[in-house]
Design a protein around this ligand. Structure first.
Ligand code: ACO
Length: 451
């Protein structure tokens, strides 16, 4: 099989958001902290009507409907999430209720969890399966989704919620590069969820940023090394048309692109440095490991990289800025944003890098190519059209005042473990086609309906 990758893609996010400027006022922080300091505009959130099963199901059902998928043609269904509502039963098993309607049960795959990395792990599993001797000729589906919520405090404005669903198979318009994926995995307590009685993580914000940036350095350098083995003139960022990152908040992504440039600078020969990085020679002796919070390095390379950021990365941040962190789906929301910002003609033949990070920690840098041939071209046009429809729904969401957002968070917190439980959130305000929770019974079994 050839050109294994993403054939089709769908996206779901809740129909309500809180405005970050209003949230700054409500939280009593200085004006600009969330909007300029974190680079966030709006944050999507769910009422108690939605949980991880329902948001993943909504995204999956949309993918199936829009692409008229026969579920007997799906041999693998993978879910990436870190939103845990059951210590044993996977979200994938709930998604099988949709397959059951068509009598389809021969479907491999299960949930994958490690913070925001699970979506990427699920994608790799699906692609690997199609490329393996276990493959039976059918397609795979990957669903990545999360409800990202934090306790009161500085991390709360970096929440978000949403899910993506992707159809995986051969002859795809978006093809993963083979043999050059570069991972960096190690142990850290930067963000973790040890309290099973709470939906909120324990987070050491500063440590998580340091871990993210050091994972980026490690993955990027290893990726470049592997790329140079297959393309001897590979020039790092200069050889990539786009550079996409997991986005906890947009500002960190902008800093990450500056960091990629700092890596390219350190890896360049003295002559290349003079030529490609004029005026930055003072930083020649700086080391990666001492500069995670070095303001001078950060400022110099943020300035240097601004045009590169505008061209290669900014288009990928539209959903991240207006919705927030979707955890496992964040990078794929970045992919969707990037794709809808361009026409198929602009995309054909392009290559872009993707950096996936999940606290704890697991991270990979990999790359995708947009296929050149005509049949992939028409699939690409269809994929972009469909994503355009989904992304434009950001504009028809309901703005909810921070006090209402706060009340909604309190309802979620208070009832996280309540059973039996009847959710009270509004059904009227949900987008058509949204799955919602109707009941949790005394045995904690959950029941849903579709709007
Ligand atoms: N105007 C403009 N900028 C401002 C203002 C203002 N009025 N006030 C503050 N800022 C800036 C700060 O200077 C800072 O900028 P910097 O990042 O360039 O230093 C930024 O806003 C954030 O403010 P801080 O006071 O540094 O940070 P805070 O303690 O509020 O917490 C943090 C920020 C750590 C990101 C927190 O929101 C958090 O813990 N988030 C969750 C963890 C996270 O997302 N980690 C990333 C990787 S792991 C993952 O994906 C979950």
């Amino acid at each position: 099989v050839e050109n294994v990758g993403i054939l089709a893609m769908e996206l779901y996010f809740p129909s309500q958001y809180v405005d970050q400027t209003e949230l700054e006022k409500f939280d009593g922080v200085s004006a600009g902290k969330y909007t300029v300091g974190l680079g966030q505009t709006k944050m999507g959130f769910c009422s108690d009507r939605e949980d991880i099963n329902s948001i993943c199901m909504t995204a999956l059902h949309r993918l199936i409907e829009k692409n008229s998928i026969n579920l007997h043609d799906i041999g693998r269904l993978e879910v990436g999430t870190e939103t845990i509502i059951d210590k044993s039963k996977s979200v994938k098993t709930y998604l099988m209720t949709l397959f059951a309607e068509q009598g389809a049960t021969d479907v491999e795959g299960i949930d994958t969890t490690n913070a925001c990395y699970g979506g990427t792990a699920a994608l790799f599993n699906a692609v690997n399966w199609v490329e393996s001797s276990s493959w039976d000729g059918r397609k795979a589906i990957v669903v990545a989704g999360d409800i990202a919520v934090y306790g009161k405090g500085p991390a709360r404005p970096t929440g978000g919620a949403g899910a993506v669903a992707m159809l995986i198979g051969p002859d795809a318009p978006l093809v993963l590069d083979c043999g050059v994926r570069a991972s960096y995995m190690t142990h850290a307590y930067d963000f973790y969820k040890p309290d099973l009685a709470s939906e909120f993580p324990y987070v050491d914000g500063k440590l998580s940023i340091k871990c993210y940036l050091s994972a980026l350095d490690n993955c990027y350098n290893l990726y470049c090394k592997k790329m140079r083995k297959v393309e001897s003139d590979f020039k790092g960022l200069l050889s990539l048309d786009g550079m996409l990152f997991h986005s906890p908040y947009s500002k960190l992504v902008q800093k990450s692109l500056a960091r990629v440039c700092f890596n390219d600078f350190l890896n360049a020969s003295p002559e290349e440095r003079e030529h490609q990085f004029p005026g930055l020679s003072d930083f020649s002796s700086h080391k990666l490991e001492n500069t995670y919070f070095d303001r001078d390095v950060e400022k110099a390379f943020m300035t240097y990289s601004e045009p590169l950021f505008d061209e290669k990365t900014k288009p990928s941040l539209h959903i991240a800025k207006n919705l927030g962190n979707m955890y496992t789906a964040s990078l794929y929301g970045g992919l969707a944003s990037y794709l809808v910002s361009k026409s198929p003609e602009q995309l054909i033949g392009k290559k872009f890098g993707l950096f996936s990070y999940g606290s704890g920690l697991a991270s990979t840098m990999y790359s995708m190519n947009i296929c050149n041939d005509m049949s992939a071209g028409s699939k690409l046009a269809k994929l972009i059209n469909s994503l355009n429809e989904a992304v434009s729904m950001l504009e028809i969401r309901r703005s909810v005042p921070p006090s209402e957002f706060n009340d909604s968070m309190e309802v979620r917190t208070k009832n996280y473990h309540t059973a039996p439980y009847q959710p009270s959130g509004s059904i009227d305000t949900l987008f058509p086609g949204t799955y919602y929770l109707i009941d949790i019974d005394d045995l904690r079994r959950r029941y849903y309906k579709r709007k």
